[in-house]
Design a protein around this ligand. Structure first.
Ligand code: FES
Ligand code: FES
Length: 180
């Protein structure tokens, strides 16, 4: 059998890793400037560099939807997106959905209110992703029936099986009859 000996890498040939680069994102209406390694996902940028831990890391492979956020109004899995690819984008996370009224009272987003009213969660781990995904779903304008909601929310997995109540909550906000 022939044995191959691997030599030490030649420092002259070694590939140097790219430097961190400046990334500017507007997150929940606030401009953020971050020095990030180019391989930092948007999910890690939110959770590790901005302390916005409402966005959850489930699978980290685009399969569960727990990391769903809105980028320029469109829902995406933030674990599958590099932060540098979203330079200049507007990001909305679960922390940015509520608003403040003239009396400085917090007003929940209608979907947040509906999720509470319909008990649309158990452990709550999937809930930020479910709600952000539902915001994106509504703005896509493709839903006509409760079955459409089930189909178009299928990328958001709920280990607790709260699906019927999630569909009820979204249906209420969209004024869709779940019995039809
Ligand atoms: S953590 Fe992104 S899809 Fe699961
Ligand atoms: S409420 Fe627990 S995973 Fe959905």
């Amino acid at each position: 059998m022939q044995t191959t000996f691997l030599s030490e890498p030649n420092p002259k040939q070694a590939v140097s890793l790219p430097e961190k680069s400046l990334v500017t994102l507007t997150v929940n209406g606030v401009e953020k400037k971050l020095q990030l390694a180019p391989w930092t996902t948007l999910l890690d940028a939110l959770r590790e560099y901005m302390n916005l831990t409402g966005t959850k890391k489930g699978c980290d492979h685009g399969q569960c939807g727990a990391c769903t956020v809105l980028v320029d109004g469109k829902r995406i899995n933030s674990c599958l997106t590099l932060a540098v690819m979203k330079e200049g984008a507007e990001i909305t996370t679960i922390e940015g959905l509520a608003s403040t009224d003239n009396n400085f009272e917090t007003q929940l987003h209608p979907l947040q209110t509906a999720f509470i009213a319909h008990d649309a969660y158990q452990c709550g781990y999937c809930t930020p992703g479910q709600i952000c995904s539902a915001v994106g779903l509504i703005s896509e304008g493709r839903v006509r029936t409760a079955d459409d909601i089930r189909e178009l929310m299928s990328g958001n997995i709920c280990r607790c099986g709260a699906y019927p109540h999630i569909v009820d909550a979204i249906s209420e906000v969209m004024q869709i009859d779940t019995k039809a």
